[in-house]
Design a protein around this ligand. Structure first.
Ligand code: TNX
Length: 508
């Protein structure tokens, strides 16, 4: 049985053709912009016990990576979906991955890796086939909250590898919140010197230097994953209000906060604070935009329950116009749709339910009516931090996950939703893509993160990549089961949900 996640657009097997024998020292031929992708493929094969070698494009090699774009090496085009398209051809004597752009080549190598066994210390038989593939949506993301608990750079890199296998192409980092400020800002050093201490409960704090974030961005970029930085404004700002008295309405610094309530903090819209607040917005947003090469900048906007509606609209206008001024496309949680003067092309991230709770649907439609787009993250099915329906052993032995979004969320529920069927009046072309957020109130370690993320992130990956249509949860669970050995080999602490027919005999 051929098992791929996400399901490719077309897959043709050639049952009559003899299988390919892949030996333990496969040659990989590539040139120019395909070389870095070949290097990553070689590293993956090496981690499975093979001893691959890199060859020139014209040398005889069993695996060839071939760029077919106009000049074979131009930068990414405006058509992000086409950039990720690829073909994979396995005949009885060769493997060829071809794509117009390196991004597509990389996606094709992930398909190839899913077709190969995890043990390549001996020669293996690979079925002959042809795959033609491209994603449905241009944005297929996972969000990691590094505030409620902090995760060092190495943890994030490990997480990026796991996302890459599923053809996820965006990593949204929730960098600031009430409990901590996790990115150093040169012009406002106390945001981290003071505001990064501590996390939820007694957990240690921490923050990324700008070089740390650059490292994460570069590692992700090599895997054609774009980092979307989020600075959550104007609510969820207690860490900044604790670090800088001048940002508070009354000019008095707030106490540090390490609980898990939401909705109590806000920047001030008062004229006495306008100079400090606008300088803060300009400096912070400017530094973050300069650090991140990707097209998007997320400015939060959620749950500003202690900001009056007038102040919220005033602050969101100032925040989004500052962000748009950096040349980035602005993303905000759907509440920003209550503002009628958002910059052109602003994107709303929908986090209400499959049955929208008013006024979320109206807010999304308002953003779209002004030329914007939507990222779908319905909390009751897409949130990775909502707990599972069963008590399976967790890495740390303590319970993981929250309940609030109609939890628990089963694997089947995470797989069977359709992005175009949530908000009336929102068409396929209005949807930039889909994202699964993982808030980390209960996740203390990267093992906890992995337990919550996998296997449900595979469901999000397929919803974002594969063509719309009927989804058979049992058939999907059968394909996801084959990822188990790959996750085991990588040491990923996925949840062994009983809904998935995992092959027996491997570690949990
Ligand atoms: C709501 S969903 C939040 C986060 C919390 C999360 C817990 C959203 C946009 N904001 O601040 O961490 O619930 O699941």
């Amino acid at each position: 049985m051929l098992t791929l996640v996400p399901r490719p657009r077309t897959l043709r097997t050639s049952p009559d053709e003899e299988a390919l024998t892949l030996g333990t020292t496969p040659g990989i031929a590539a040139a120019g912009a395909a070389l870095p992708v070949a290097g990553l493929l070689a590293a993956s094969l090496r981690s499975r016990g093979a001893a691959p070698s890199l060859a020139d494009a014209d040398d005889a090699a069993i695996i060839t990576l071939e760029l077919t774009g106009p000049d074979g090496s131009r930068g990414a085009s405006d058509d992000r979906v086409a950039d990720e398209s690829y073909a994979l051809d396995i005949t009885s004597d060769a493997v060829t991955v071809s794509a117009p752009e390196p991004a597509g080549l990389f996606r094709g190598t992930q398909t190839l890796l899913q077709l190969l066994p995890v043990d390549l210390t001996g020669s293996v038989q690979v079925p002959t086939l042809h795959v033609d593939d491209a994603p449905r949506f241009e944005y297929r993301g996972v969000m990691l909250d590094v505030v409620r608990h902090f995760f060092p750079v190495a943890d994030v890199l490990r997480f990026i590898d796991a996302l890459a296998l599923l053809k996820i192409n965006t990593l949204h980092l929730h960098l600031t919140d009430d409990q901590g400020w996790r990115l150093h800002i040169d012009s406002w050093p106390d945001l981290t010197a003071v505001g990064a201490r501590g996390a939820v409960g007694d957990a240690p704090g921490g923050f990324y230097t700008q070089d740390d974030l650059r490292r994460i961005i570069a590692y992700a970029a090599a895997r054609f994953i774009t980092v979307v930085p989020e600075i959550d404004l104007p609510g969820h700002t207690n860490a900044a209000l604790h670090a800088y008295a001048e940002l508070n309405a009354d000019g008095v610094a707030r106490e540090a906060y390490h609980g898990i309530e939401v909705g109590f903090s806000s920047l001030s819209a008062s004229p006495e604070r306008a100079e400090a607040t606008d300088r803060f917005l300009r400096d912070v947003i400017g530094e973050v935009a300069a650090l991140t090469p990707g097209p998007w900048l997320h400015v939060g906007g959620d749950e500003s329950w202690s900001t009056s509606p007038e102040d919220y609209r005033d602050l969101v206008r100032r925040i989004t116009s500052t962000a748009a001024g950096t040349g980035k496309r602005v993303i905000g949680w759907h509440e920003i749709g209550s503002c009628d003067d958002l910059p052109a092309g602003t994107i709303a991230q929908y986090w209400s339910y499959l049955q929208p709770v008013s006024p979320a649907a109206e807010q999304v439609r308002s953003v779209v009516a002004r030329g914007g787009q939507v990222i779908m993250s319905p909390a009751d099915v897409a949130y990775l931090d909502i707990r599972y329906p069963e008590d399976i052993p967790t890495p740390g032995g303590y319970a993981l996950g929250l309940d609030w979004a109609d939890g628990p969320t089963s694997f089947e529920a995470a797989y069977t939703w359709e992005p175009t069927a949530i908000v009336d009046g929102i068409a396929e072309s209005d949807i930039l893509g889909v994202e699964s957020p993982l808030w980390t109130e209960t996740a203390l370690t990267i093992a906890d993160v992995e337990h919550l993320a996998f296997p449900r992130a595979a469901a999000l990956a397929e919803i974002g990549w594969s063509v719309a249509g009927e989804r058979d949860p049992a058939e999907f669970a059968g394909r996801v089961a084959t990822l188990g050995p790959m996750w085991d080999a990588a040491g990923i602490r996925y949840a062994r949900l009983s809904e998935v027919p995992w092959p027996s005999g491997e570690p949990a």
